[in-house]
Write a protein of this length. Structure first.
Length: 400
């Protein structure tokens, strides 16, 4: 085999989110600078087409649409009509988040996602989004990373709960349970409107291994890493009770901890293949990689990261019979990454942006390499072997 070629309908895409890339949002997260995608999206769509991407994951934002409880911002409604209709005209497959990160600020008078009332409020928003935008949406993403979203939502407390000794762990479980109910009921709402809709959720897969001085022990633990550390994710998917038409995966690498519990992330593309295999055996649903990327300005390393993960997806498809339908690089544009209430800008982007000048967009060398892969619907074994030789030099910069 001298060339790796993906199925004809395979989706090669990229992802962004409202909070991290659009600008001008008024959600419950800190205000940040952004690449102003909401202003320059037509230029971004031109670049999208030029690079040959045939899928794009973006979204609509609850906080933008309903900044005050019960008051729909008609300018926001129109903005997303203009935005999504122009995206659809590019011919790409649209993957649309209804919720990525960030909430309307007013939900916290109810106690945020720990309150059942917010489930009903969210479903009202989902109904509105379906009625307005269904014609533009190929794949619905009801919610991005429920476990992560529930964790951040559990950090906020209502006025009433500030005077109680409610444990954060119980708030987290309440938030997650309510999000799962919202996911299941959103699935039904969407299918009532469009019985052919493809509806899913993005789930983070974060494998973990522990280094040991005993090589045999280390090997045994690495062999079982997925079963041990992604237990929460698999339980989370099970909690949706089959209310999904495909499974979204966000995958970046494997955490490794030493005996002192110091953890770092390493490149482990085989974990992505194994996750696809496990999920296929359990659910036999289409799988869409909704996020995968490397925070690094070294284009050789980023290209190697891209090729190594695509090769493992190819093996998942051709050897394991996993129904992997597409891959989206995170992210199309530079954006803030949020953790514990702070943000910073590790460079995941395919397209760089001049943030101190005129916001000019410039595709990176990695983007141009991706363009060639998309044009050929694959890559040569020679390129794969060259990338494999770089594996141990690939580094995650300023992230996690």
């Amino acid at each position: 085999m001298s060339f790796i070629r993906f199925p004809e309908k395979f989706l090669f895409g990229a992802s962004i989110s409202n909070y991290q890339h659009f600008g001008g949002l008024i959600c419950d997260l800190p205000r940040i600078d952004s690449v102003k995608h909401a202003i320059y999206y037509e230029k971004d769509f031109e670049i999208l087409k030029d690079l040959g991407l045939n899928a794009f994951r973006t979204g609509v934002d609850w906080a933008r649409i309903e900044p005050e409880e019960g008051k729909i911002d008609q300018k926001a409604i129109k903005f997303y009509h203009d935005y999504l209709s122009k995206l659809k005209k590019t011919g790409v497959t649209t993957i649309i988040d209804l919720y990525h990160i960030g909430n309307p600020r007013w939900i916290y008078k109810y106690g945020g996602w720990a309150s059942k009332e917010i489930v009903e409020k969210f479903l009202q928003y989902v109904e509105l989004a379906i009625s307005e935008y269904d014609q533009y949406i190929d794949y619905y993403q009801v919610l991005n990373e429920p476990t992560v979203a529930a964790y951040f939502s559990s950090q906020y407390k209502s006025e009433e709960s500030l005077h109680t000794e409610e444990k954060e762990s119980s708030r987290f479980i309440s938030c997650l349970n309510n999000m799962n109910e919202a996911i299941r009921r959103s699935y039904d709402l969407i299918h009532e409107k469009n019985d052919e809709a493809m509806v899913g959720v993005s789930n983070p897969i974060v494998p973990f291994a522990t280094l040991s001085e005993n090589k045999e022990e280390s090997g045994e633990e690495q062999e079982n890493f997925l079963e041990k550390v992604t237990e929460w994710t698999y339980k989370e998917i099970e909690a949706h009770k089959g209310k999904f038409d495909y499974i979204g995966i966000n995958y970046y690498g494997m955490y490794v901890a030493d005996s002192h519990q110091f953890a770092t992330m390493i490149v482990y593309p085989e974990g992505l293949r194994e996750a696809c295999k496990i999920l296929t055996e359990k659910y036999n649903k289409p799988i869409l990689i909704t996020e995968n990327g490397l925070p690094n300005r070294n284009d050789e390393e980023k290209t190697a990261f891209l090729v190594l993960h695509l090769k493992n997806l190819y093996d998942a498809i051709t050897i394991d019979d996993s129904n992997v339908i597409g891959y989206c690089w995170w992210s199309f544009l530079p954006g803030w990454e949020r953790f514990y209430g702070t943000g910073w800008r590790p460079f995941f982007a395919l397209v760089d942006v001049d943030l101190v000048g005129d916001y000019e967009r410039r595709p990176t060398q990695t983007a141009l390499e991706y363009k060639e892969i998309i044009r050929n619907r694959g890559f040569s074994m020679r390129l794969y072997e060259r990338c494999l030789a770089k594996r141990n030099s690939i580094r995650y910069e300023n992230w996690l």
